[in-house]
Design a binder for this molecule. Structure first.
Ligand SMILES: [Mg+2]
Length: 223
C-alpha cells in the first residue's frame, strides 16, 4: 500500500493496536533470559528458572531476583550479542512496517527485562515494555515493584490504548502462554502463537510456525 492508501485507510477506519508477547512468541521456543544467560554460560540454570516460573512455583518478582543474581557479570555487549543471535520469528520488521503503514500501532509487552525488550523499538515497535531492571552492568538490586505480571500486562495495554487513542475493542493480542491469558480475556481478538492447547483454546486464532507475517495474516483484515 502506498502512502496515500495508508492515509486513506487510516482516516476511514479506527486505528488498531497489536500487542505482542516476547518469550515464546516473537522468540521461537525460548526466552530472553535464556538467550542472555547463554552468553554467560548459564543457560541450564536459567532453563531451570523458566521451568519453575512456568509451573508457577515461583512468581515474577522471585524470578527477577534470582536472574539478577545470576547475571552479576553481565555487560551491554552480552545483551547485544544475545539480541542479535536469538531465534526470532521471521518477518517481524516487515509485519510492523505494514502495521505502521496502515495507520495502526504495534507494541511489545513482556515480563522479560526492559533492557532487552526495549531494543525492539529499533525494529519498528511503537512501544516496548518489560520488567524494570537496573542498568547493565548491575550496581543496584532489582526493585520488585518494577517487575511485571500477567495482570500488569493488561494494565500496560490499557495505558498504551490511552496513549495511542485506541479503544480496547480495537486491540489484538499475540501470545503463547499462561502470562498472556489475562490479556486474551481483555481484548476481542487474540492469536495463540506456537502455544499449548490450553492457550489455543482461549484465543480467537491460532498460528504454529516461524513467520510473524503468517500470524498477522490471520487478523490483518480484521473487523
Ligand atoms: Mg510468552
Amino acid at each position: 500500500m502506498g502512502r496515500s492508501g495508508a492515509l486513506a485507510s487510516a482516516s476511514m477506519t479506527r486505528p488498531r493496536l497489536h500487542l505482542f508477547d516476547l518469550d515464546g512468541t516473537l522468540l521461537h521456543g525460548t526466552s530472553a533470559p535464556v538467550q542472555i544467560s547463554r552468553q554467560l554460560g548459564l543457560e541450564a540454570e536459567t532453563l531451570a528458572l523458566d521451568v519453575e516460573i512456568g509451573a508457577q512455583r515461583i512468581g515474577p518478582p522471585e524470578y527477577a531476583r534470582r536472574i539478577h543474581a545470576l547475571w552479576s557479570q553481565l555487560t551491554v555487549d552480552h545483551v547485544a550479542a544475545a539480541f542479535e543471535g536469538a531465534p526470532w520469528l521471521l518477518g517481524i520488521r516487515e509485519t510492523w512496517a505494514e502495521i505502521r503503514e496502515r495507520g495502526d500501532y504495534c507494541a511489545v509487552v513482556s515480563l522479560s527485562p526492559s533492557f532487552f525488550v526495549e531494543r525492539l523499538t529499533a525494529w519498528g515497535a511503537h512501544a516496548a515494555c518489560g520488567s524494570r531492571f537496573p542498568a547493565v552492568p548491575f550496581t543496584e538490586p532489582v526493585d520488585p515493584a518494577g517487575v511485571l505480571s500477567a495482570a500488569a500486562k493488561v494494565k500496560i495495554a490499557n495505558r498504551l490504548c490511552e496513549g495511542f487513542g485506541v479503544g480496547q475493542e480495537d486491540c489484538i493480542a499475540y501470545g503463547d502462554s499462561l502470562s498472556d491469558v489475562d490479556l486474551f480475556g481483555a481484548v476481542p481478538v487474540s492469536v495463540a502463537v506456537n502455544a499449548d492447547q490450553y492457550v489455543v483454546g482461549l484465543a480467537t486464532h491460532s498460528y504454529t510456525g516461524r513467520d510473524l507475517r503468517e500470524a498477522y495474516e490471520l487478523v490483518r483484515r480484521g473487523r
